[in-house]
Design a protein around this ligand. Sequence first.
Ligand SMILES: [Zn+2]
Length: 428
Amino acid sequence: MPNILFTNVRILDGSGQQPFTGEVLVQGNRIQRVGRGLRTLPTAGVTAIDGAGATLMPGMCEAHTHFGWTNSKTLDAIQKLPHEEHTLWAASVAKLYLDYGWTSCVGAATPKPRLDCVIRNAIESGQIPGPRYLAASQEITVTGSLGDDMLPHLPFPEMSFGTVVDGPEDMRKAVRMFLKYGVDTVKLNLSGDNLVPGADATTNWMSDEEVAIAVKEAKVRGKRVSCHARSTGSIKQSMRHGLDIIYHASFADEEALDMLEAAKDRIFVAPGISVIIRLLYEGEVVGIDNSQAKRMGYERELEAAVNSMKAMLKRGIRVLPGGDYGFAWAPHGENAKDLEYFVKYLGMSPMETILSCTRWGGQMMMKGGELGEIKEGYLADLLLVDGDPLSNISILQNRDKLLAIMKDGAFHKMPDVGAAQRFARSVA
Ligand SMILES: [Zn+2]
């Protein structure tokens, strides 16, 4: 792998400091040097890429990813795809995330028991292109809640979207099965969801005994536990049992916020607000108009989620973008829309939003101190962006604006031929 020098770039380094003009030298898979100003770094034996003033920023982290979601209207439709097609689909989605600048993704649940692990392993071995990836289990749920899709007359567990358990021993067995398959994260559905009749977002489903066993078994193997927790009770339950990743967390009251804050150095929150926003305002694509979305509780949940996230951010809790793309109302690839939502709905500045998907992303990937910033010694996951994301965060939604995408020191996307002729020069 040749040494690469990005020169004449505006470095948005993911530390929080304002961008500066400079140079970045990549050696192997690490950032070797960061220089301020031009022609400060040695050019002997490197391939120099003249960024012509483009922005160089860390690769982004998607905090709540489902490679296995099939851009369908329902959970049921995702699950009905046979294994073979599903694997090929997930592989193509993994590449798509990298194409859009997501160099890291945190798996939030997979629709087939081994799918996430297989994709992660294939990426790591170089068999398929994709982001750094942490593999998740299926959603583990209980009878009647989100993810239990079994019909009374067709009681086939393998046809259910989630793994359905009832009681601690069922739970122990399910968690051990996923640990055997090699997951990085075990996912529990603690609350319901407005998509499920009879199990809306404010309802709680899993018993403390079931959650306790799941956490115990996962921690024995050193793995993290994440949860789908929209309701107040489920957020508190997740904190009582020491869960690590809280998805949604819409209805956090003061007590829940106190509990989250007490664990802020360990936990990560990803609201996945696209589901709420899209169904509320753009649900017609799946036959849900605004009045129906309101009846389903989405207006109420959006208001609660916005208030909860703002309160969490004030308390220093890490809230990350991304989440639940891969449905008909929010297809894969549109994930950077979340950055715009963070600015528009949560009141974060573009800088804060970028820090949440870079610096905090590296921490959520369990690589804090070596991923998510442009810093000497850090892993070389880099995006060369045509434009300034700080003045227009929405440019990160446009893959054509990503002139170059580097993961682990290797280009996934090189500057194009024309640009390469203009910008790149080899220095002997
Ligand atoms: Zn999800």
